[in-house]
Design a protein around this ligand. Sequence first.
Ligand code: PAF
Length: 273
Amino acid sequence: MKIITKPLELKEYLSAQCKTVGFVPTMGALHEGHVSLIRNAKKDNELVVVSIFVNPTQFLKGEDLDKYPSRHEADTKICSISGVDVLFLPNREDMYGSDEATLQAPKVRGYVLEGATRPGHFSGVLTVVMKLLNIVNPSKAYFGKKDAQQLNLVTLMVKQLFMSVEIVPVNTVRESDGLALSSRNMYLSASERKDALKISKSLHLASRMIMENSLNVEEIKLKMREILAPLEVSYVEILNRDFEVIQKVEIAKSVVLVEAMVGNTRLLDNIWV
Ligand code: PAF
């Protein structure tokens, strides 16, 4: 596995290879969810590039930028064992100048749900994803469905800016008890981890209600909130796949989303129904 830290060196290296490139952008603290993205990338492409970059512009003041889990050695090992061809580890100075053009997240879709609790977050995500895609120039880039709003906005950006990369959504990986894998799960104490299960349980209930043809969005959200009650819930929403408000679940065209604070840790999860 080749490790490259300089953006222009990576760009030159990849263009000399003349191979189809699959790209997995990450912020490190890799887990099975990331490995699943890498596996998908390996299946579809001749060469796989993973980036690890804790992007400062997507963190708001007071968020966990400085304590975001860093597992450099373990991450490198995971990439190498998973068959990654190139690991890209840029530093902040090489990714950002002091005064530069940036992308603005869409004013509606970028400022609801997670964008409402973290205004500006998605502008930072889109800016760094655009930079990374321009450096790597992949045929396909792989994003987890767990971050459904991020996936939706990146897909929209690629379409609206007429970019040629294909964005590939990959299913959420869960622990055997239902907890969605997330780098932030590392922050949870044993009792918080137990509380965190209320999130996947509430989604499970939603999916059961929908299977039983109970499709009223308000009713489902009310029942979900009963399960989530002890947690500080940021949002419970059921939207269509364009992230628009609906009154009645449209089967195979909707998404159920939850974000809640478990102790000091913000966790999000969703199911596509
Ligand atoms: O999902 C993430 O880990 C990050 O938001 C991403 C896409 C790597 C951009 O920093």
